[in-house]
Design a binder for this molecule. Structure first.
Ligand SMILES: Cc1cc2nc3c(=O)[nH]c(=O)nc-3n(C[C@H](O)[C@H](O)[C@H](O)COP(=O)(O)OP(=O)(O)OC[C@H]3O[C@@H](n4cnc5c(N)ncnc54)[C@H](O)[C@@H]3O)c2cc1C
Length: 494
């Protein structure tokens, strides 16, 4: 019997994961088509005169998810990259001379909380005990569900678990049950920003992110986050996945309810028995399929709560920087008005919060000797106009604060500068509204309420990645590939 031909669109974490899982069964031949000339999607890298920039993700959380991924193929992350645990995990900048280094050690972390609010260390134990339970049920069970039917969640023990996990309470209320000092509340609410919404709109289930942050730690793969992608590509190829770069899909041809072939921009036609779309869901659903085969209408997509987009700066600095850590969260302005500018009244924020990463502090290989690799990120509402003037205006705003708070001149030491925003996300990844992180994990966009992983009208077309289950972020995207692969195997009786 000839093997069925699976074609995966997109070489992000999700596309690479699903392709590798299916190739590993030896029952499929797998081709992966990538629009860009290098792998990784939002986690690509680029180099300029000795500076090596990770283009997207920079936080390595949930190391067990990466271990699980590689273990499914008899491998370990250390077969592909060397992990370092960061200490301090990161720094939170509340204002001028008001900086908190977040220690990796749990005892020191509790002491730090006690110094801010008496008794908060003991409260953390209770908070984390519940968060650990959520992490175990959430990451080792819930996120692995394909979420195609409510029945998947209809086991009595799971229902009890879901009640225990405060699934219907907001993260914001949950945190305030344990802590009252504003600094601690902001610290505890920060991790859910990774899920694309504020703590008011994220279910308390996601205090599991605090467990990931505080108990499991912040890690860094030496030479950068792209090393994970390099490892995944090497594993995919070892399993027989054929990867074609600069291979943009322009159309999926459907006949009698089955996807039959893909048409590339080059004109090449590739036949397929099964197609799995790891490219942005909206792009595949609304632009690669004829309208009668779309899973969702344009109105549906318009009504989704998208996670933010971002304005990014990749900077090469010709001196070493002081008073900064590997990860620096600038919370020196209140979150409320910035969140309003992202979610409620989309606009450029008046006083943006931002994030600065200096990986060369940990890793000398990502900048020339004596220099620094600086990455800046401002989260923004999707679908904004990102003119050069706007980018420069915001560069000025955050540079003023960065220079003042860290007490040094930076602008005059910039030897390389590149900005990246909405229009780049659209051009490079076909990102809906120029989103950076996909779809927000709000209560009404969780599990079966997310865009489904299978097309309802085209029997052999599936979706994976940060716009479907389980959600945005590197670990969920990795898991998403595995979830879809298992559905494909099940439906092909493997
Ligand atoms: C700036 C930024 C910072 C982030 N920080 C973090 C972080 O610190 N930690 C974390 O865990 N997560 C982070 N994330 C989120 C994380 O990077 C994403 O959730 C994850 O990488 C998404 O993977 P994916 O496979 O779903 O999609 P993608 O990486 O977008 O992959 C989709 C691929 O499909 C390709 N494609 C699109 N259209 C076509 C087509 N027509 N034909 C062929 N190929 C096509 C694209 O080129 C792309 O390679 C960050 C994201 C961004 C943008």
């Amino acid at each position: 019997m000839p093997k069925k031909h699976v074609v995966v669109i997109g070489s992000g974490f999700a596309g690479l994961s699903v392709a590798t899982h299916l190739a590993n069964t030896k029952s499929f031949s797998v081709t992966l088509l990538e629009k860009n000339d290098s792998p990784g999607g939002r986690a690509r890298k680029f180099e300029h005169q000795g500076f090596v920039f990770d283009m997207g993700p920079s936080w390595y959380w949930m190391p067990d998810v990466f271990e699980d991924y590689f273990a499914q193929f008899g491998k370990k992350p250390s077969d592909y990259y060397e992990l370092l645990r960061l200490d301090p995990s990161y720094a939170v900048i509340y204002g001028d001379k008001d900086v908190l280094d977040i220690p990796a050690d749990l005892g020191e972390f509790k002491q730090m909380l006690d110094n801010i609010e008496s008794g908060a260390g003991a409260q953390l134990d209770k908070f984390l005990a519940q968060a650990k339970y959520k992490y175990q049920v959430g990451i080792h069970d819930l996120v692995k569900k394909p979420s195609r039917s409510l029945m998947e969640f209809a086991s009595p023990s799971l229902l009890v678990d879901m009640i225990r996990m405060d699934i219907f309470q907001s993260m914001s209320k949950h945190v305030r049950k344990y802590f009252s000092h504003d600094k601690i509340i902001r610290l505890m609410e920060f991790p859910v920003l990774f899920l694309g919404e504020t703590a008011e709109n994220i279910p308390a289930l996601y205090s599991l992110m605090n467990y990931a942050d505080i108990a499991l730690g912040t890690w860094y793969p030496k030479k950068g986050m792209h090393e994970i992608i390099k490892g995944m590509v090497s594993l995919a190829e070892e399993k027989g996945v054929h990867i074609q770069y600069s291979a943009e899909v322009e159309k999926i041809n459907v006949e009698n309810g089955l996807a039959k072939s893909l048409v590339l921009k080059s004109g090449e036609i590739i036949k397929a028995d099964i197609i799995i779309a790891g490219a942005d869901y909206h792009h595949v659903d609304r632009h690669l399929l004829d309208p009668e085969y779309s899973n969702y209408s344009e109105k549906y997509w318009d009504e989704r709560v998208m996670a933010p987009s971002s304005l990014l700066f990749y900077l090469g600095i010709n001196k070493r920087l002081k008073n900064l850590r590997h990860h620096n969260l600038f919370f020196d302005e209140p979150l409320g008005p910035h969140a309003d500018a992202i979610y409620t009244n989309p606009r450029w924020p008046e006083k943006p919060l931002f994030y600065a990463s200096v990986p060369s502090i940990t890793d000398p290989t990502v900048a020339p000797e004596g220099m620094e690799n600086l990455f800046l990120l401002i989260p923004l509402a999707p679908d904004l106009e990102d003119s050069e003037e706007m980018r420069e205006k915001y560069f000025g705003i955050i540079m003023d604060r960065l220079e003042k708070i860290s007490g040094q001149e930076i602008r005059s030491h910039i030897v390389y500068k590149r900005s990246y925003a909405h229009s780049d996300f659209k051009a490079d990844y076909h990102a809906f509204k120029g989103n950076a992180y996909g779809l927000a994990n709000t209560l009404f966009q969780t599990a079966i309420l997310k865009p489904g992983l299978k097309n309802k009208k085209v029997k052999n077309l599936y979706y994976t990645g940060q716009l479907t289950v389980p959600g945005p972020g590197v670990p969920p995207s990795l898991i998403s590939g595995g979830v879809v692969a298992r559905e494909v195997m099940k439906e092909n009786k493997l």
